[in-house]
Design a protein around this ligand. Structure first.
Ligand code: A2P
Length: 275
């Protein structure tokens, strides 16, 4: 099937058999408190079924509160959190996350970045899954070589790699290797934290399809086979970002967006690691 035929495909089945909604709300940079509670509640009211948080964001309590206030049953929502790799023990840390979130388990637990190497935390991640604290395990900010190293030591492989990914950061070699390894790519900062919304090519294509720049960028990510997790604290933008399953970009429009890549089609997860 051609990727441009995935218009109605809202869910991806991961290598471990668990299903992940292809659109999620990202809550990076939303402070703990009412703005995070509101964003999560609005997203769930508007039909999102996937929230992506992290121990490092410091807002897991608000994510849990937003989930409860939405009234959407827990088992209908896919929740991701991330192991903060400046701590030692993924199991101890997820047990704290579960308390803060107020849930029995999360759906996905990923190593936030390969601090001090890509392999040391993996046994703890596998243990967290064995204990039932999470249904799936994965990684984030892992380059091709990091993925290969962790797979070499893994009993059960990571099923996702969450990386910075957009037409401007089109990590084609990383996407290709992830496909070969049956690892789903989750695109964080799919709007370039807002920076890509003003680009002229994006704006032109948005005009052609009578959509907004944000919808074009997200649609590009879906048609490239990724899961997208845009962040917003505005209800109308959260709604806008979800309206991406009822139109298709043509092969020619996709190619014009691909040409915006500044990563050189890299296999790296990030040009300037912060760790
Ligand atoms: P805000 O949270 O104030 O709505 P990314 O997902 O790439 O990290 O981008 C998030 C940034 O883009 C945030 O600054 C967010 O602002 C902004 N943003 C999210 N959705 C939209 C939208 N539909 N239109 C304009 N800006 C948006």
């Amino acid at each position: 099937m051609s990727l441009t035929q995935q218009t109605d495909d809202r869910t991806l089945v991961l290598a471990d058999g668990n299903a992940i909604p292809r659109l999620g709300l990202g809550v990076w940079q939303i402070p703990d408190g009412p703005s995070c509670v509101d964003a999560v509640r609005w997203a769930l009211e508007l039909g999102y079924r996937h929230i992506d948080t992290a121990q490092a964001y410091g807002n897991e309590e608000s994510v849990g509160r937003g989930l409860r206030e939405s009234g959407v049953p827990r088992d209908e929502v896919f929740i991701t959190t991330k192991f903060f790799p400046r701590r030692k023990d993924p199991v101890a840390q997820i047990e704290r996350s579960l308390q803060r979130l107020g849930v029995e388990r999360v759906d996905l637990y990923i190593i936030h970045w390969p601090q001090d190497g890509p392999t040391w935390a993996w046994p703890g991640m596998e243990r967290a899954r064995e204990l039932g604290h999470t249904r799936s395990i994965g990684v984030s900010n892992f380059s091709r070589s990091d993925l290969e190293e962790v797979i070499a030591v893994a009993t059960s492989r990571p099923v996702v790699d969450q990386v910075q990914f957009s037409p401007f950061e089109y990590r084609r070699a990383l996407l290709d290797v992830a496909k070969r390894l049956d690892i789903a790519i989750e695109a964080y900062s799919p709007l370039g934290t807002g920076r890509h919304l003003g680009n002229a090519t994006v704006a032109n294509i948005a005009a052609e399809v009578a959509r907004t720049p944000a919808q074009v960028l997200l649609r590009w990510g879906l048609q490239r086979g990724t899961v997208v997790i845009p962040k917003s604290t505005h209800r109308e933008r959260i709604a806008e970002n979800a309206a991406v399953f009822d139109f298709t970009l043509t092969v020619e429009q996709m190619a014009r967006l691909d040409a915006l890549d500044r990563s050189g089609g890299t296999k790296r997860a990030l040009e300037r690691p912060w760790w």
